[in-house]
Design a binder for this molecule. Sequence first.
Ligand SMILES: [Mg+2]
Length: 132
Amino acid sequence: MAKIYVFDDEPSILLMIKKMLEKAGYEVDIALNGKEGMELFKRNVPDLLITDIIMPEKEGLETILELRKSYPELKIIAISGGGRISPGGYLPGAKLLGANIVFEKPLDQKEFLQAVTLLLDETRTKNFPRQL
Ligand SMILES: [Mg+2]
């Protein structure tokens, strides 16, 4: 079973994503910011990280940058409601720093779940290559 971490400072979003992913059969752990989330990485490295950008303590861009250095193979999805900089907010920056996919809130649940499945399938294909 694939393991997913979700970091977001809004508990309602955190729980919505957790519920959706658990229903799809994934194992999910959550944290309210990047600092709390980094503690989870000390215990286990997940197959996929989903992280918000604007969070107290340790925000998403810094978290992505740090984790991308330590775990080049980690799949990362950045989510954000946009910000002051531009309508697209921080998401282009998140992609530059190493997020595989970025999503704007509010999330389209169906599209979001498809992206998660796709990313995790890539991991599986890579780990267990088909014999041709
Ligand atoms: Mg936030």
